[in-house]
Design a protein. Structure first.
Length: 329
């Protein structure tokens, strides 16, 4: 939603707001009086856009805060947001583990035990700290929390993204539900939770996509997807090649969902929304032009400058479908 419309929209829809997320923009002026989770992520918007991500519920929402997690909940959906600062006594792996354990404890207590979709933002994601890349430190902490709190290392894993910011704290926001969604993997890629140890001491703990039903609507959440085939990067240094490989991966996911979940979610042109993360701002125009040749240019899309989880990946795309483009077979 354009930031210019946010204040007037909130005047009439405040009781149905789950959360508001700003990217490189100050949203607190328009939403300062709201009790819903508010997040400001240091991933600048590209293309002179001034947008906010607004999550809403068709039913009235209740709000709360516990263990540093600000949350909103309706009868079906739970939305939470947590920010945690690092320190010498609390490095990234420790606070990642703490954050996820607090999330799991809260969801269990509130009756929404299943994570559906998670967004993770951490500063300097590719920087080496104590001999280990920070993304791998984050994965170590997340994996430990899942191991301690749950038994679903390879099942009921949420769709997820992990993106590097320039500054700030570890930021996590998430959707959860009372029932598990359907985990969907990509046959072109090794599942992230099966990555070999060359990618870190603990594997990334997420699924390639999750299909979930909210009331009468079916939503497909596609994780951050990049130019990886099997477990290896492709087209190093070639942004056009990486974009094409990324789109092939998303198309493969959609086709696999057709066979494993008995759904027909169309093709790339049927996407409901996208976020495109671009490492180097100078690649924005090329990526946007090429992408708009492949997709419906009316699809709401945010182009954001952010670092990707591997140093030689130049872009990552996450996407959603919902039931206006999903036909349940």
């Amino acid at each position: 939603m354009p930031l210019s419309r946010l204040a007037s929209y909130l005047d009439v829809s405040a009781q149905n707001i789950l959360a508001i997320i700003g990217f490189g923009k100050d949203i607190r002026g328009a939403a300062a009086t709201l009790p819903c989770p508010l997040s400001e992520v240091d991933t600048p918007q590209l293309g002179n856009t001034n947008m906010a991500e607004v999550w809403t519920s068709p039913a009235p929402v209740n709000y709360g805060e516990q263990h540093g997690i600000h949350y909103s909940a309706s009868d079906e959906v739970f939305f939470g947001s947590i920010h945690i600062a690092e320190s010498g006594q609390a490095p990234l792996d420790v606070i990642s583990c703490e954050a996820y354990k607090n999330i799991f404890d809260l969801l269990q207590a509130q009756g929404y035990p299943y994570l559906i979709r998670v967004w993770n933002y951490l500063p300097n994601i590719n920087q080496i700290t104590d001999g280990l890349e920070r993304y791998r430190l984050f994965c170590l902490g997340r994996h430990q929390a899942i191991s301690e709190r749950n038994s679903f290392i390879e099942r009921d894993l949420p769709a997820a993204s992990a993106i590097g910011t320039r500054n700030g704290n570890l930021q996590i926001y998430f959707l959860a539900a009372r029932k598990a969604g359907k985990q969907i993997e990509n046959p072109r890629q090794i599942s992230a939770f099966h990555y070999p140890r060359c990618y870190g001491p603990r594997s990334p703990s997420f699924s390639r996509a999750v299909l979930n039903k909210w009331g009468d609507e079916h939503h497909l959440y596609i994780s951050g997807t990049a130019s990886i085939v099997g477990h290896e990067n492709c087209h190093n240094g070639d942004v056009q090649g990486q974009l094409e490989e990324t789109l092939r991966n998303i198309e493969s996911l959609l086709e696999h969902a057709r066979h494993t979940a008995d759904i027909d979610c169309g093709s790339l042109i049927n996407l409901s929304s996208m976020k495109v993360y671009i490492r180097n701002a100078q690649d924005f125009k090329q990526i946007k032009r090429a992408l708009e040749k492949r997709i419906n240019h009316k699809i709401p899309t945010l182009y954001l400058q952010g670092d990707i989880c591997r140093n030689n990946l130049l872009l990552e795309i996450e996407a959603t479908y919902h039931n206006r483009t999903l036909h349940i077979m």
